[in-house]
Structures are given as C-alpha cells and as structure tokens.
Design a protein around this ligand. Structure first.
Ligand code: FES
Ligand SMILES: [Fe+2]
Length: 416
C-alpha cells in the first residue's frame, strides 16, 4: 500500500516531475524502424511531451517537438526532405538536432540573416537497434544504449508489436515481477475462456525474488516441478526500469503520459538448424488491437490478457486501497528501488542500470536458460522437445492480430 503522495510520485511522468526526470535517464524504445518506411512521419507522445518521429530521405531519424518553431503548426502534417522535416505551413525546415536550417521566404529577402540560429526546436536523439528505435530524453551526456544480448543473435526472425494501453505505465511494469498471475490470468482463465472448468493448472508453491544489476529476477516452483527446473534455477527478469525479459522476447511499458502507455514488444525466433544463413531484410512492426468490434477487450492472447489486468486497475491504480501479500514481494522491491533511484537522481547520481561504459553496453547479457538453442538453433524435428518453442512455431499466441504477411514471412524463414 502506498500513501496518495507516494502513488502520485511514482506515476506522474511529465517534464519536471521526479519520476519523469528519473525515467528520462534511460533510452526508451518508441517503435519499429520499418514503420517509417511506408509513412516517414509519425506523431508520438512520450512522457507527456508531444513530438514527431520521422525518417528523412537521407535516412536520418529525428524526434522533435510536434509544433513548428515558427507559428506552432503541426509537423506531423509536414514532409521530409533529404535532410530534415519541413513544415507544411510556410516551409521551415528542421534537422534531427532541432536546428532550423531553412526559412524559405526569410532566406529569399534576407539571405545573410542569422535569425535561423535563434529558431531551433526541441530534439531528442534516436538510435536504431535490432529493428527498434530508441530515444533518450534526459540530460546530456546521454548514457550508452544497452545492446541486450538477444539483439546480437543471428539467424532469427524478429518482429515488433505495439499496443496503446490506456493506463499508467507502473501498473503494467508491476506485472513484470508477478509470477502468480501466470497461473491464474493465463493458464486458468484461458481454460475458462475455452469453456472448460478444469483441471486447474499446477499451483505455485514457492517464490523467490532477487535483485541484479539490470533489474529483478523472480523464481518459482510449481506443482509437478522442483528446484532443478530453470524457472527456479535461472528465473525471469523484470528489466530496469520498465521492461520485461522472457528469453526470446522483451516487453517494454513506455510511458506516454500519466494515463497512457505504449506497449512495445520485440520477439526473436531462431530459424531451425540447417536453414542458416538467414538474414532478415526488414524487421516487421505491427499494431496489435486491444478491443474487438463491440468495444470489448480482446481476451484471446497472452499480452491482451495482461492488458485487461492493467487497464482494469484504473487509469492510475489507486495503491492506497490495495492489500499486498507474499506473492507481491517483487512489486514491493520494485517500488523501493524506484524511491532509491528518485533519491539518486535528486542527488545528481545515476540511477540503477544506467550504463556509461561502451564496452559493457555493446552486448549486455541477461539470464536465460535456452541461450545455446537461440544461438545454435534446433533441428526442426527436435522442436517437439521444446513445448513453448513448438507452440510458437504453430501460432503467435502473444498478441492478437498478427498480419498474415508477417506470418507468411515467419513460415518462410522457419521452412514450415
Ligand atoms: S508554422 Fe511552420 S513554417 Fe510557419
Ligand atoms: Fe502476463
């Protein structure tokens, strides 16, 4: 349970708020690079700021204030040039550093004026990695962009799935350190949704939560399993501060504003042994709908189910009215660490998991029990020994609405 002040403290993300300042210390994934190939300009809202993300004809990515520095027109209706994005109102041209590089009429009548130098706009750096685009909205110098080890795996099919989630980021992230919900929300509820009444899935018997350099690890023992199971020996990772790492996929809960979150998920599937080399030309990025045609939440897929839990807690979960139990220890640890990090930022120190060493950042290892399989591959005939991977071959169960062309490209890559 939190006091109203502490709940506000952890959930307000706008510029100048303590949590907003803390979250701005990290590179945030904001979409897929391939999204901008069809439409080079995308309006985005991040941490309470309205921005435009674009890729110019020269291939530079930019993220700048959505409103033109001239008279505030909406740059999401602008157009890109060889370098930069041009406003559709009077043609001012801005580059990815936020510099105003052309003011067409002014340049004609006053070619030697240096007025442009005063007309820069807000801009944040954008980096592409593993098909994702990341931005950093905090003070300089920016830390390194962590290249998580799975981003370096080769011979794999990657895809990126985005969903708009109408609630605060923290209740989504708290779900990253919440093992018991798998039993109920995904296993048992899915049974009920399928019209079956049982038997219920194996119960959680024992949990352990540990802190490590890049987040928290939770470990579980369920009925019909024991302490030799990788879910206990290796566990799973709540990635600091707003990610979830499940081995061959990541999920991030990116704060849009106090009441909205962008869910960004990145998936990797190694092609079967013998199908190498596989080089993916472009990492597809698609939007997973959260509601059906009747306006009801979609219940059929894993992340859709999670979203129902998150939005069900309210736009901003009222943590003054909760009753935490032993299964919620990971959530308590996350909140405590966030308060420690708020202190660190207030004192001018780096918060947890900020990486400044480029040698460390170029490949950051995370715990996972099937790394060898991801690096070396599994023969197609052996997939039956890997129930989760085998299920993944058959269907994409994480998010609703995978476009058929993405499924076809996946099948081609896998040779199925
Ligand atoms: S408002 Fe953008 S150029 Fe005038
Ligand atoms: Fe879940």
């Amino acid at each position: 349970m939190l006091s109203p002040e502490n709940n506000r403290m952890l959930t307000q993300v706008g510029p100048g708020t303590p949590m907003g300042e803390l979250l701005r210390r990290y590179w945030m994934p904001i979409g897929g690079a391939s999204e901008l190939d069809e439409k080079p300009i995308k309006p985005v809202r991040l941490l309470g700021e309205d921005l435009v993300l674009y890729k110019d004809i020269g291939g530079h990515f930019g993220l700048i204030d959505r409103h033109c520095p001239h008279r505030r027109a909406d740059l999401s209706f602008g157009f890109v040039e060889e370098r930069g994005i041009r406003c559709n109102y009077h043609g001012w041209l801005m580059d990815e550093a936020g510099r105003c590089i052309e003011q067409p009429y002014d340049d004609t009548v006053n070619p030697h004026s240096r007025a442009k130098e005063r007309c820069g706009t807000k801009a944040y750096p954008v980096k592409a990695c593993a098909g994702l685009l990341f931005t950093y909205m905090g003070p300089q110098p920016a830390p390194e962009l962590p290249v998580w080890e799975p981003f370096t795996w080769e011979n794999g099919f990657r895809e990126i799935v985005l969903s708009d989630v109408p609630c605060n980021w923290l209740q989504c992230q708290e779900n990253s350190c919440d093992p018991v919900h798998f039993e109920w929300m995904h296993d048992n509820w899915s049974q009920r949704l399928a019209g079956k009444t049982g038997p219920y899935a194996s119960k959680h018997l024992k949990l352990k939560f540990e802190e490590f350099e890049y987040g928290f690890i939770y470990k579980r023992v369920r009925e019909n399993s024991d302490e030799h199971n990788p879910y206990w020996t290796v566990g799973r990772v709540a990635l600091w501060p707003n990610g979830f790492y499940l081995g061959n996929h990541f999920e991030w809960r990116v704060p849009v504003d106090n009441e909205n979150t962008l869910s960004v998920a990145w998936f990797f599937m190694r092609v079967p042994k013998g199908r190498e080399p596989y080089v993916q030309e472009k990492v597809p990025a698609w939007i997973s709908p959260t509601k059906d045609e009747n306006g009801r939440w979609i219940t059929s897929h894993v992340i859709n189910q999670d979203i129902i839990a998150w939005v069900g807690q309210g736009r901003v979960a009222d943590r003054t009215r909760e009753n935490l139990g032993p299964g919620d220890l990971g959530i308590v640890m996350i909140r405590k660490q966030l308060f420690n990090d708020l202190d660190a930022v207030a004192q001018g120190r780096d918060p947890k998991a900020v990486i400044r060493n480029s040698n460390v950042a170029k490949c950051v290892e995370l715990p996972f029990y099937q790394k060898r399989e991801m690096r070396e591959g599994i023969a197609l005939a052996d997939f039956t020994n890997y129930p989760l991977l085998n299920a993944r071959l058959k269907a994409f169960r994480h998010c609703y609405g995978q476009p058929p062309q993405v499924r076809r490209a996946f099948e081609q890559a896998m040779g199925i």
